[in-house]
Design a protein around this ligand. Structure first.
Ligand SMILES: [Zn+2]
Ligand SMILES: [Zn+2]
Length: 219
């Protein structure tokens, strides 16, 4: 099956990479979207012509205000479809991201309106991500921190997880960690891993995974 990467995918990936505080260059987009560098170059040319992105002399890609608007609409629709899959169809939370990536292009404005009527304006997706909590700075302002930075011995709740990595989501599901799960750090180990209690189970987690999970202290 060939997956066509649309203009919206490029815009959304640019916005999301910016939010992960990654410098966005064409290699970032090639990696995120799993497309070739020439394909990215051609897409960027079109997006510049449409006034969606600016490419600076050092190769950094930035969304224009119009590009940002399109990105926010696309992300809102993505979260809405994830909620539909989860809340209406009961699809497991770790499977819905890829499904939503495919479906979001097929949703008409009329159907989107119906979905908003049915599910409400709430923009928090089943991975805990929302437009209001996009950048690390915005998350920290709301009291969230990365699991890798959490204090040992205190109870935390999983607030959100990085949803573009299916292997990570499958792993978290297997360990019983999903948005809303309570956990506490028991120890930071010499090998860089963290020992946690997740509900009542002991889990050992490496830093790469702990840096993809946002948690909030339970008071
Ligand atoms: Zn998603
Ligand atoms: Zn999501």
């Amino acid at each position: 099956m060939t997956i066509t990467v649309s203009k919206e995918d490029y815009i959304k990936a640019t916005a999301e990479a910016e939010n992960e505080s990654e410098p966005v260059i064409s290699a970032t987009l090639a990696h995120w979207l799993a497309v070739s560098r020439p394909a990215v170059a051609a897409a960027l040319k079109r997006l510049q012509k449409d006034g969606m992105v600016r490419v600076k002399s050092d190769g950094r890609i930035q969304l224009t205000s119009r590009g940002r608007e399109v990105a926010e609409q696309t992300i809102f629709r993505h979260h809405l479809i994830e909620r539909m899959l989860s809340e209406i169809f009961g699809m497991p939370w770790y499977e819905i991201h890829e499904e939503a990536e495919r479906l979001e292009h097929a949703v008409s404005p009329a159907f989107e309106k119906k979905l908003v009527e049915k599910l409400g304006e709430n923009d928090i997706c089943p991975h805990g991500n929302s437009l209001a909590l996009r950048s690390p700075a915005e998350r920290r302002k709301k009291g969230l921190c990365l699991l890798s930075e959490a204090e040992a011995g205190f109870p935390y709740r999983v607030a959100s997880v990085y949803e573009r990595d299916r292997k990570l989501l499958d792993f978290l599901e297997q360990e019983g960690m999903r948005p809303g799960t309570r956990l506490a750090i028991q120890a930071r180990n010499y090998d860089g891993t963290i020992s946690l209690t997740v509900e009542n189970k002991l889990v050992r987690l490496g830093t790469p995974a702990a840096e993809k999970i946002w948690v909030v202290k339970v008071r």
